[in-house]
Design a protein around this ligand. Structure first.
Ligand SMILES: [Zn+2]
Length: 138
């Protein structure tokens, strides 16, 4: 049985960023589908349910695809195209995890996010990227 599974998955694309994203988004769509049951005679719910289904099928089709070369190229393009969005979410995660110890400031001139330890009162902050100085309350 184990050998048969190994044989089945050998030479296949496996999970990648696109399939992981499509499967997460499909879960989100299923939640929205449940939440919107009864809205517009259930049309909205059906639309989200169908979208979730399409994403699940697409995600598994990618995982089981044997055209690894093509899937990898698509995945690389996807990663490049979504780098801005992913760094945005990574930024949120950093803030949630480090929010107790640090306060985050955005440099007024270059928009770089700067991290300052909390509880130091009003301080002068020097942007590490452009050298701009501004004050902030920590
Ligand atoms: Zn700056």
């Amino acid at each position: 049985m184990k050998q048969r599974l190994i044989n089945f998955f050998s030479g296949r694309n496996g999970t990648d960023s696109i399939s992981k994203t499509t499967l997460w988004v499909s879960i989100l769509f299923l939640i929205v589908s449940i939440a919107t049951a009864g809205v517009l005679n259930g049309i909205l719910s059906t639309v989200f349910w169908l979208l979730a289904l399409i994403l699940i099928i697409y995600g598994y089709w990618r995982i089981l695809s044997r055209n690894i070369y093509k899937r990898r190229a698509e995945n690389d393009r996807f990663i490049a195209a979504t780098s801005g969005i992913r760094s945005f979410f990574r930024g949120i995660k950093v803030r949630v995890v480090q929010g107790r110890q640090y306060k985050f400031f955005k440099c007024p001139s270059c928009k770089t996010v700067l991290r300052v330890p909390r509880g130091k009162g009003r301080v002068q902050i020097t942007c590490k990227k452009c050298g701009n100085r501004f004050s902030g309350k920590t």
